[in-house]
Design a protein around this ligand. Structure first.
Ligand code: GLU
Length: 474
């Protein structure tokens, strides 16, 4: 790219940051960072009624959590109203826009009629023909007016960076309103005026804006500015192919954070939601994604959001995260479960996490998978009891207890040697010993390797659990 791109994420602060918005932000971020450009943030808060400070805070917070640090100050669209008004005036002076004095009720009636007659409800141009003198006179008399863009004839096309050539006949675009009768700019004008002001070179946003693009292109041209490149990103659908919504579960970034998803996992997952590096890589760091990201890799078809894949990916990230970081994330939960108090020391906690982190989907599972490493009460899984606690199991476990009581140096290797030697003496497979040990120590039939599990649990607690199993399982 000859010049460095300047892109922006431009959310309307009318709700939380949802997955679709976060992905749009991420694509902009990756594109900017990958090309040495700038990633700007603009809060489109001109709709005072629907915008809120909480929503703005939630969006900023979500972006920060995900690691999408933007360049420069946040731009608030509401602070540019004066500039928007100047742009509207300029367009009027040039004859590219005109005052429309049609009362809203008249417009509504015409609209309804058009719909009932199955015509497109476009503006009929009643005020388009007013002379400047007539228009000035009406305005001076205090009559209210909106400002409409004079769309004109022809066809407006652009080469979308994702979809290729897209176009619309100007006759379908309407003489759209750029300034309301209360003097506020419409989205169409504000977005163009701001993108010009911010020097935006590439507009990467959702497919739902495709139909706005020809109108915006006409505004750029009328304002005498180069038209930026556009890339429209397809929607995110649920596995039922319906547009992603609350029905599919959590849709806000904050909910995912609260449910125990890690920011780098979501970063990675969202990047692959509708974009592909062109090979079969799946686990990719922010740096790798930045290096690989190209707009041409965005899929033209809608992306399918598979929550199970996100859980799998989150699990991959949990297992690769260092134990100290994991502990800082779950310390509160460990505390309320009594595990902090029960642990011998910090190393005991870290060693438990090292084993527990292997098969978790969300960080909350680190707690349930760590419990048995600490002297707290555990329950026996009835299914596991049924599977394991039969035949010779109690007798084997009794022998195990004696052998383990004699192990002085309580290490993984010493434990393994002792148990394997016992299995040989009894002339049975080691599994016949290991499963009853697992049941008694963890309460389940699945756990990390039994020797490392025993080593982390500690001698005293392990022997206690075995005794307890012998006494209570009968
Ligand atoms: N504020 C608009 C939205 O949230 C985005 C505008 C744009 O990207 O052009 O949908």
């Amino acid at each position: 790219m000859s010049t460095k791109p300047v892109v922006r994420f431009a959310p309307s602060p009318t709700g939380y940051l949802h997955l679709g918005g976060a992905r749009t932000a991420l694509f902009n971020y990756l594109f900017a960072r990958g090309h040495g450009g700038k990633f700007l943030l603009r809060i489109e808060d001109t709709d005072r009624e629907r915008s809120s400070a909480e929503a703005t805070a939630a969006i900023l917070d979500g972006l920060r959590w995900l690691g999408l640090d933007w360049d420069g100050q946040v731009v608030y669209q509401s602070q540019g109203v004066e500039r928007h008004r100047l742009a509207a005036s300029r367009l009027m002076e040039q004859g590219d826009a005109y005052r429309c004095f049609c009362p809203p009720e008249v417009l509504a009636r015409k609209r309804e009629l058009a719909i009932s007659e199955k015509r497109d409800p476009l503006y009929d141009g009643a005020c388009r023909k007013l002379s400047n003198a007539e228009s000035d006179k009406l305005a001076a008399s205090g009559k209210k007016f909106a400002v409409r863009f004079r769309t004109g004839e022809g066809r407006t096309t652009f080469d979308d960076l994702v979809h290729g050539r897209i176009g619309a006949d100007n006759s379908t675009l309407d003489d759209f309103i750029i300034q309301r009768s209360d003097g506020t700019p419409t989205y169409m004008l504000a977005v163009v005026a701001d993108d010009i002001e911010m020097g935006i070179t590439h507009i990467i946003r959702g497919d739902d804006h495709i139909s706005n693009t020809p109108k915006q292109i006409l505004l750029y041209r009328a304002l005498g500015r180069p038209v930026p490149r556009f890339g429209h990103v397809p929607l995110i659908l649920g596995t039922d192919k319906k547009r992603l919504s609350k029905r599919h579960g959590a849709t806000s970034l904050t909910e995912y954070r609260e449910q125990g998803f890690l920011a780098p996992a979501l970063f990675n997952f969202l990047a692959l939601l509708g974009w592909s590096p062109g090979d079969d890589r799946e686990i990719m760091s922010a740096d790798e994604l930045t290096a690989a990201f190209e707009l041409s890799g965005i899929n033209t078809r809608n992306a399918i959001f598979d929550p199970r894949k996100l859980e799998w990916m989150n699990g991959q990230y949990i297992s690769r995260t260092d134990n100290e970081t994991l502990l800082s994330l779950v310390r509160g939960q460990f505390e309320s479960e009594g595990l902090l108090a029960a642990a011998r020391d910090e190393n005991h906690l870290l060693a438990a996490l090292e084993l527990a982190k292997e098969r978790c989907r969300v960080t909350g599972e680190l707690v349930s998978r760590s419990r048995f490493f600490f002297p707290v009460e555990i329950e026996y899984d009835p299914q596991a009891v049924k599977k394991i606690w039969k035949g010779e199991a109690p007798r084997y476990l009794a022998s195990v207890k004696e052998v383990l009581a004699g192990v002085d140096h309580w290490s993984e290797a010493a434990l393994e040697n002792a148990i394997r030697a016992l299995a040989e003496n009894l002339q049975i497979g080691a599994g016949k010993l290991i499963q009853p040990i697992r049941l008694s120590v963890t309460g389940t039939n699945v756990s990390p390797g039994i020797f490392e599990t025993l080593a982390v649990t500690g001698k005293e607690l392990a022997l206690q659990r075995i005794e307890n199993a012998l006494a209570t399982l009968g």
